[in-house]
Design a binder for this molecule. Sequence first.
Ligand code: GDP
Ligand code: IMO
Ligand code: MG
Length: 421
Amino acid sequence: MSVVSIVGAQWGDEGKGRIVDYLAQRSDLVIRYQGGDNAGHTVVNEFGKFALHIIPSGIFNDECCSIVGAGTVVNFDTMAHELEAIPKQLQENLFIDIRAHLIMPYHCLLDGAEEESRSGHWKVGTTKRGIGPCYSDKASRCGLRAGDLNDPETFRTRLEMLLPKKNRELEFYGLRTFTIDELMEKAETWRERFGAKIIDTLPLIRNAVEDGRNILMEGQLGVMRDLDWGIYPYSTSSNPTSGGACNTGGIPAKALDEVIGVVKAYSTSVGGGPFVTELFDDDGKKMRDVGQEFGATTGRPRRCGWLDAVALDYSAYLNGFTGLAITKLDILDGFEKLKICTAYRINGETYTQLPETRLQEQAKPVYEEMDGWLCPTSSVRRWEDLPENARRYLRRIEELTRTPIRYVSVGPERDQIIVVP
Ligand code: GDP
Ligand code: IMO
Ligand code: MG
């Protein structure tokens, strides 16, 4: 019986969806606590292969309740599209919190235009899903919330206050504007489809916590793109950290039993900003090709590099990881030598703790090298059956993060996992 937070420990795409799908088989509640459909959480199981964007990755357990939490931003058009692929009987226990903010059509247009207006070096590389503009409205306290859909009068009043300002912003970028009527019509479509699923989820969450049920908190993205602690301004607009999970997931910090950091066995990042261990050579190309490192939401090629233990140590501290889930170990099967970055060199100085964004941009990685294992691991299911060099590599990650490894994933499918004794 426990409350477990699943956090991306790097720059996103660590395999959170895959780990949540595995753990959700024994969970009563899964809460996606932040972000929106900028996420692409890949799940491969008996129902098929899915790239989940806003739907919690616990949806495939029909006895588990899936909550799109208070801290999320929701585009109901893309949610409807996403649900088309998911068997109807699995959708019954899906709920959206009344406090989740609505991603409106103008948010998506503004996201694209704001990104266009950033010059080369400063491009964030957003997913153009309207995330930043929607969270901006939330912080300005003019945003529309899911619960407002069920109260059309309030929805109209708030929209009337807001829309002239949004239309001026759209005009500034030379974009199309919106009328109250067309947005009211859209809201009505969303209400008809989702109105009954939009509830105050806190009583449900609170009961589950107080009854000692198994709860999973599913984070979006990773610590390195956290709004406060990530590589600002190349960050997202919410908090993927375990602190964010408590804050927006409706869980008191003291109720959290475990924090599992999901760590890819190497590093990838999609979008702008510093990425100290990025590889531009054949090893990087090999990681991208073998690991199929292309964005699950945008299809963009992901930047690839060696494991960055400086960033991981930072992540372990900030999140208070109680355990790690290492994913994609199998992708390293064909590498003769592996490197782990254990320090940065910046202006002649050595850093073992992660510095702020601008210093990261000037950092050169200091590596230690290890021998690879050069044999397949994807069918291994027991720790003791892993090649010795693979175990050595994993033990080194434990040492550098001072965190025990709980799971090792050796393939995208649900059962391709080693539970570490
Ligand atoms: P998320 O956003 O953190 O859920 O991660 P993504 O789904 O964006 O990216 C992870 C990718 O790696 C997906 O294509 C998964 O199917 C795949 N994947 C996850 N774990 C493993 C693994 O252990 N081995 C292999 N080969 N693929 C994996
Ligand atoms: P999951 O949950 C990887 C990146 C974008 C961009 C920055 C901000 O699948 O790990 P945003 O659209 O949030 O304003 O973009 O964050 N980004 C992701 N990178 N995985 C994701 O989600 C991402 N969501 C956003 O590339 O640099
Ligand atoms: Mg992803």
